[in-house]
Design a protein. Sequence first.
Lengths: 342, 408
Amino acid sequence: MPNKTFFWFFLPTGLAMILFIGLPIISTGIQSFYAQHDQVVKEVKKCDPFGCTVSIVVDQEATSILRDEKPLGKFNGFGTYIDRNHLAIEQISDFWKETDSFGEFINQVTNLPFYKALLFTLTYCLFVTPNVLLLGFIIALSLNAISRKIRGPLIFGTILPMIVTPLVGSLVLFWMIDAEGIIGANLQLMMEDPYLSLKSSRTLTWITIIIYGIWHHSPFAFVVFYAALQTVPQEPVEAAIIDGASRYQRIRHIVLPHIYPVVTFVALISLMDNFRVFEPIIGFSAEGSAQSLSWLIYDNLVNEEVILFGSAAATSMMTIIGIAILLAPVLIRTWKEFRTAR
Amino acid sequence: MRKILLTLLFVLFGTTAYADGHCSKPSGSINILANDFPALRTFVETAKGCKGSADFKVTHSSEHNKIAVPALTANPSEFSARIAANSSIVPLMNQDLIRPMDDLVKKYGKGIQDSQLITIDGKVMAVAFMANTQHLYYREDVLKELGIPVPKTYEEVVAASEKIRASGKMQHPYAAAYKAGWNLAEEFVNMFIGHGGEFFKTGTAEPNINNAKGVATLNMLKKLASLSNPDYLTHDSEAIKVEWESGKVALMTLWASRSGTLLDDEGDAKITAATKLTGPATVGGGNIPAATLWWDGFTLAKNRSDSDAEATFIALAHAASNKKMVADAADQAVWLVEGFVPGPKSIGVIEAVKMGAKPYPMLPQMGLMHGALGSEIVEFLQGKESAEQALKDVEAAYISKAKEQGFL
């Protein structure tokens, strides 16, 4: 496509992206550098059906003057980024000085909310992404090998986890693994431990969410791989068969190199999706044991009666940076290949 | 506190001839945001009966806290009124989103009692119509069979639960809403107040929970948790209600406003018949209950025209002074409205008031403390860190948030 045609073709999408993605990100970035004005409080008498007390309220007149002067709030620079609920620079350097062993230091650091969330998010990415690729590929290969007659219904069944709304899918599983649910109760019987609970143990909760993640994302990898498999040319495969190549050798040396760009694409998309893991935490009510970066943002925005815009904005920016870092190796590789191909 | 007792006593001997609430047919536009439970639905329905020619809309949502501030910040505001409680009025006050209604009370609030008015700095900011608290529920049959007296303190609750467990009747005899987040933090607040704790150093926004009272609070929560269903960190009020109705629990701490659905005709009749209510328990030898008192009341949005505010007030005041409503729906709530005759389902709240329970702290920075508690004490309950460490974490998390919000 000539560059000019491409430009006009891309313009509407580009404008929409700037308007709905670019500008909000810039606005979020700006907000992350501001904190609320110092609250001016005053003592007043408060009366309710249970009696009167002297207590404090925010002085609205004084506050509105401050707000009118600087509507964005108090400039805080990277203050929010480095406070205890985010990067916690100060706390980490204290831990480093105070702790005796490296293990203890790591323990202290992962007890901080941001690092706790980061640890879960990365663990989730590292376990889910490769397994999704592998499982998706195996399913695609197997379905590609069976008779066309039953392939249709099987494909439908395979992509069902993707059709089911994530929240509904996780809720169904959530009820099944409850201590009174079918899986939870049977596990207790099998292990002969009435206190066993998949939801109260952190490790078990993580495993549950990761398995759910693999179950939910595999169909996507499968669909893409299955489509790619249809484009594998038959001649080299037949030639390999004549040469006596085993099934494994054919897949390793012919199929995989052919669909390699698609594998990169699926890996990219999965990594991005998995880094933003959110729904299963809500669906499984797993806030206690597993928190992700996206969940932290949600928590700052809705779980508090006071909305913490600065905190949420800072975490958002760091999530974007996190995704960029995670994708960098894959992107660099693709870019290099693109250069050599030219 | 004395006011509510007087009110209740007064209504006990009060008139039985129910006059319909006063209604002077408003016009304009009324849009109400409210939580979703039966008593509030009744209240809003009653208000609708006095909508006159006004356009009447209502949003009942259990996610009301999440939409309230953004919706009322808009100008004109999406809602003309918000049904709030002690805790949820605070963000509205902090952001200056609700209007004083002294003149409206004077003009249209004929049937509203003085005790219903929430005044802050001498201005009426809300009109309360019902009271709520968390208190004990127990299974009479189970306790009787094992010869256990009705517990009055949390220490007795623990002893009773251990006895029930030892008898083999129930594996997890105690239940409370310990879901990580708001619910768990609320249990901490109750227990901490029961121990006589103060959340902040007097006159400041500095946290004050990392002390012996905080440790005692956490230890009691952990003891109770060990007697609950192992999934307690995922159980909210609705979940423990279901547990109760399936007969697997004999002692429970739950909201008074949920007693209606617990004691209705649905479910196992045997369990319903044996379900009894009593006041909240005390803890650690304290004499005030480990519970907080709550009111629900209506507030008027500031960013809305005066005529809409007037129309909304007329309709809601009609409900907040409606003797017929409180007589018909006496089972649904402990109404603060004149004419309410407390029934057996109101025992919890009335006992709590008699015992001198404290209201939930209506402080501008309390929401931040509540949020920090909800996520930072989980690891202590899971046995991953010490009580001191958990409390230190809560204070640190709170301080960061309070700094960002300008309270420190």
